[in-house]
Design a protein around this ligand. Structure first.
Ligand code: B12
Length: 213
């Protein structure tokens, strides 16, 4: 029963039906389905298929945009249920998608789960210039700075941003973690980041470990 409800969400996302994804997600929540299950078994599988179809040139970028709008409609519904407001704050995380990169679905998931786990998260959004990260570090004094990138061509902006933090004597005040499809643990070592995670759930674990250290 639950499976079919989740499959309907995936199906609606694949068709780019934002309103239907929204309605089905509301229904699923009302029926007591765990929001994490809606995310992992309904919404993300849809985006995975869209990614595959885009890679294989079966759909156009406009189709991807329409599907990601539907994804956001679902995320909007489950967000309040993932991010409880009564959590105590464990630490402060500053996050953004690096300069030149407009992908934010994965980053937004990381934001949601971190907030759900009780962290204060300052989200700088997409296409964040190194100087803007640095300015935000000075302003907000986060424990962790998190970079997201989805393009191989924007990965190097992570090291650029770290360099900017170093130049402004801010690097030793924060831990840096990275993520996004082209990022790897090895790359994190190369650019001397403090942590890497390949999905939003493990991002929470990595942040918890670094804050506790
Ligand atoms: C949706 C999408 C878009 C949308 C973005 C909408 C949006 N608001 O984000 C639009 C249509 C705008 C887009 C544009 C482009 N895209 Co695009 N896009 C995708 C697509 C299909 C899905 C990405 C996604 O949202 N995945 C779902 C989320 C949940 O997964 P995720 O992002 O990986 O995030 C998870 C983890 O990586 C991790 N994570 C993410 N961030 C962080 C951060 C931290 C700190 C941590 C710890 C973890 C973490 O946790 C997340 C949740 O578990 C991918 C294909 C794919 N399969 O990934 C291509 C893809 C990323 N795009 C690609 C390309 C080429 C482009 C364009 C250049 C296309 C073009 N010719 O114009 C432009 C670039 C625009 C720009 N300057 O950024 C390529 C990149 C290839 C490469 N290796 O560089 C991909 C891989 C498609 C492909 N195979 O060709 N795209």
């Amino acid at each position: 029963m639950i499976t079919s409800e989740l499959e309907l969400i995936t199906e609606a996302l694949l068709k780019g039906q934002a309103n239907r994804v929204k309605t089905l997600s509301i229904l699923a929540i009302e029926n007591g389905i765990n929001p994490m299950l809606i995310l992992e078994k309904g919404l993300i599988p849809g985006m995975d298929i869209i990614g595959q179809q885009f890679r294989d040139n079966h759909i156009f970028i406009s189709d991807v945009l329409i599907a990601s709008r539907a994804m956001h409609a679902g995320l909007h519904v489950i967000k309040p249920h993932l991010s409880g407001s009564d959590h105590s704050l464990y630490g402060k995380v500053l996050i953004g998608t690096v300069a030149g990169d407009l992908h934010d679905i994965g980053k937004n998931l990381v934001v949601m789960l971190l907030r759900g786990a009780g962290f204060e998260v300052i989200d700088l959004g997409i296409d964040v210039q190194p100087e803007d990260f640095a300015e935000a570090v000075q302003m907000h004094h986060p424990d962790i700075v998190a970079f997201s990138a989805m393009l191989t061509t924007t990965l190097y902006m992570m090291s650029e941003t770290i360099r900017t933090l170093e130049q402004q004597d801010l690097r030793n005040q924060v831990k840096v973690i990275i993520g996004g499809a082209p990022a790897t643990c090895d790359f994190a070592h190369v650019i001397k980041a403090d942590g890497y995670a390949d999905d939003a759930r493990s991002a929470v674990d990595v942040v918890k470990n670094l804050v506790n250290r």
